[in-house]
Design a protein around this ligand. Sequence first.
Ligand code: F6R
Length: 608
Amino acid sequence: MCGIVGYIGKEQAAPIILDGLGKLEYRGYDSAGMAILKDGQIQIKKSVGRLKVLEELTHGGSLMEGVVGIGHTRWATHGAPSNENSHPHVNQKETIAVVHNGIIENYIPLKNKLIEKGYSFQSETDTEVLAHLLDYYYKGNPLEAITKVLHRVEGSYALGIMFMDQPDQIFAVRKDSPLIVGQNEDGCFIASDVPAILKYTRKVYFVDNQEIVRLRHDHMHFYTVDEEEITKEATTIDWDTEAAEKAGYEHFMLKEMYEQPKTVIDTLKPRLKGNEIHFDELKMTDEQLKAVRKIHIVACGSAYHAGVTGKYVLEGVARIPVEVDMASEFRYRSPILEEGAMVVVVSQSGETADTLAALREAKKLGFPVLGIVNAVGSSIAREADSVIYTWAGPEIAVATTKAYSAQLIVLYLLALKFGMVKGTLEQNCYEEMIADLKKLPDQIELLLAHKEKIQHFANRYIGAKDIFFIGRGIDYSISLEGSLKLKEISYIHSEAYAAGELKHGTISLIEEGTLVTAVSTQPALYQKTISNMVEVKARGAFVMAITNEGNKEIEKAADYVIYIPDTNPYFTNSLAIIPLQLFGYYVAVGKGCDVDKPRNLAKSVTVE
Ligand code: F6R
């Protein structure tokens, strides 16, 4: 996600800002910019792409002299990566500069009002309204202008603000987006995360919601939104930079698994107005959705697995036939798409070569393409006819966890939306499902809290040669993802099978002690899966089962059981996948594997 660094002090600001932004690179970004104040003027430099470009443009900051500045790395949300959309944003007179992380939810009405008052906008961002709104309220008292702005804006924000005629102070503001300030003997710092300034100081203050900080070169003052001064305690940071980037987690993968409750909320919340699903970004009317007769989901790897779950949910809820294809197959098989077909491509990176080629193929055939994408402004996001973003934020670990969880949420919402427009879903059923969706973040949290139990179990399988995953229906799709998580990071051979398919060959691979993970979350299929568990047990398998709370009968056939909280059967994947991710992770950790960067794999597969 975006990064913020600000400085006011005795040292040159630009090199400090560049260095700090570099420490935040792990968060992911697509453009960068800096504003430095000197001799009553704000100089601004911006660049699209890596921070290195901004470093080159400013000769490591030496071309931007000055001891006061703010900088930003942007992960595009409103508007594609471009110089215009990069931060800092300024008012028309270029006397106020702002950097922002988060989203200003009411920026459209604010922008319209400002346009009516004669303001003109250079970018597509929500942030630019802040610069103009500050200009509107600024009458020489920065604190007063900032508090007035804060009373008008809705959403989340961490801000760094600079006024041209106030060279001895800069401001930091925060609501629902992390921000810290720090101090050393030479100056004061703003940062969106600790690693950015850890090299300069370990004395930091965590800015709380709706607090404003005035930073001068030798001291800081904290205020409420009502301009009342408050006192705050400093915290001394005792972790090193690498640990800070991972926020104390041992690996990015673990951190990202723990971010899943938030990811689900961030993906769900903007699409729910009360109980109604609104996909503002979907450029299709309800009538057009109603006319869709078939959906083709196309993706690779885990995104394909999310698509397999999507098939079960869309077909079950909305009664639309769904075909799921691996993008590498779809692109070369001359797919038959009939009138009324819609293509949905799913991708975290938005750059996967096969998925992009499949998208182009579908467009060439004249069919509408919807992208479910995580990386804003990526190729797939730009080329698809409509995009629904999964708000998972940057994913660093090669093995996806939180982006996959977010993809599931979008697919559920899409199924419910289709169910309503097609009239296949009763209102009361729909409302119960929405209520169940809203419970998922807390339920995921609960499952994550049991990580030690899974770790303990995983340690027994560090030396395993083969591990199998079985399930029926949606449980088969969960098994596919559970198996991939395990094998890609632990290098243990693993396969996922539709449980009913076992005796058509696979069962001959089961030996004494082989671990078989049976996923059984679909009440209608409990008995059938139990029969398959009994079959493998009879051949010597050790059976670990994942099932719903209350399904005690499974204990007759399983050697070890993990229960997931109660939810709608269509949503069980979002819960059952948590212990499976943890299992794969802890087996790999136990084996000493490079969990975040498994051998031979890349985060973004831009080749065929
Ligand atoms: C597995 C994993 C990959 C990706 C696949 C598609 O953990 O991350 O299987 O899911 O390479 O990548 P995206 O979603 O970027 O298109």
